[in-house]
Design a protein around this ligand. Structure first.
Ligand SMILES: [Zn+2]
Length: 357
């Protein structure tokens, strides 16, 4: 499955215009901050993380959200690598303290891969009247997301009025909803995310409020053309109801359990839920993360847990409680590699057809 070579859109046209001794191909890649890599190189992946947050509305709530130290981000990433990790998906979107320059510095100094998101968080973190998500058309919003995936991230994270793109590109799209509701801002952001995914193939990773409105998210995304097999519905550990989680999985979407430590519930809830879902046949639709979004979750800032916790504590516990090894491989490696893989539009025609028609 990994590194699969796909026939591209122009293949059909090529048949009519010339002899079919050549086939146009597109290769799937994972879009990291330092460039595209083969999905097979992604390795063990933390699918929801925070390394740098240098501003944004959450910091007004608490200074604990301020993650403004490149050295500490590198230290934290190194802990993850030392415990066997390879790739981290950074989930700070537009308008929430995303710092492209600092993230690029971190990416250059670590020995693993970092993917950075475009898109939006839950609506209450934005001005729901004057923000451009509300004043522009959904198509226009989608164009801005597409540009970050295909042309380059805006150094200023669309804080405006200047847009200054760097060569590094976004590898995914974030969208979010509130606890028990989908606001108009959130609906528009989800719709734009779906349109941007349709255009680019980039995955969508969502924030759910308390693990609610997951089915509504999937419905909105699907309604605007998203491929839900490339959607990770996030924070589902916050709602560890096996029946509800299975209903979301039955849509074909992937679920992200991204706080694999005691917070909303003790860890045994998540361990039981994961064992239950794997037993039910859903091991290909589950990913994990640590979501160390504050200083209080990172050793580099003095906390008792860090980015290594997922692999040094939680996964060994899963293993000790009976999680099959092939399921752990799927959850940590194979599923992220599949979901985060996108078609490399820059790949050129191959002389030799790798594809058998
Ligand atoms: Zn987060």
């Amino acid at each position: 499955m990994l590194n699969r070579v796909l026939v591209c859109r122009c293949w059909a046209a090529s048949q009519t215009s010339r002899a079919v001794d050549k086939v146009d191909i597109l290769v799937k890649v994972v879009r990291t901050l330092l460039g595209d890599i083969p999905p097979g190189e992604m390795g063990i992946t933390d699918c929801h993380e925070h390394l740098i947050r240098s501003g944004g509305p959450e910091i007004a709530e608490s200074q604990d959200y301020l993650l403004n130290d490149v050295d500490k981000a590198v230290q934290e990433f190194d802990l993850f690598v030392q415990s066997g990790g390879k790739a981290v998906v950074a989930m700070d979107p537009i308008g929430c303290g995303r710092d492209v320059a600092a993230m690029l510095e971190v990416a250059r100094r670590v020995s693993g891969h970092i993917l950075l998101t475009t898109g939006f968080h839950r609506g209450e973190l934005y001005d729901n009247r004057h923000h451009w998500v509300m004043t522009c058309s959904v198509d226009q919003v989608a164009e801005m997301l597409i540009a970050e995936i295909e042309e380059g991230l805006d150094l200023h994270s669309y804080n405006g009025p200047i847009v200054e793109r760097v060569p590094a590109k976004a590898g995914l799209i974030k969208a979010g909803t509130s606890y028990l509701k989908v606001t108009e801002f959130e609906r528009r952001a989800l719709q734009a995310a779906a349109l941007a995914q349709s255009a680019t193939g980039a995955p969508i990773v969502t924030h759910t409020g308390g693990g609610t409105m997951a089915l509504e998210q999937v419905e909105i995304l699907r309604g605007h053309g998203a491929d839900v097999s490339k959607v990770i519905v996030g924070h589902m550990h916050r709602n560890p109801d096996p029946v509800y989680n299975r209903r979301v999985l039955a849509t074909g979407a992937n679920l992200g359990y991204d706080t694999c430590r005691f917070k909303y519930y003790s860890e045994n809830f998540l361990v039981s839920l994961l064992l239950d879902l794997v037993k039910a046949g859903y091991q290909r639709q589950i990913v994990l993360g640590h979501d160390a979004g504050t200083r209080g979750y990172q050793k580099a800032w003095g906390a008792g847990v860090g980015l290594d916790y997922l692999l040094t504590q939680f996964v060994p516990r899963l293993r000790s409680e009976g999680m099959p090894e092939d399921a752990i491989d799927d959850i940590l490696v194979n599923n992220p590699a599949r979901v985060f893989a996108i078609e490399d539009k820059s790949s050129t025609c191959a002389e030799e057809a790798v594809h058998s028609v």
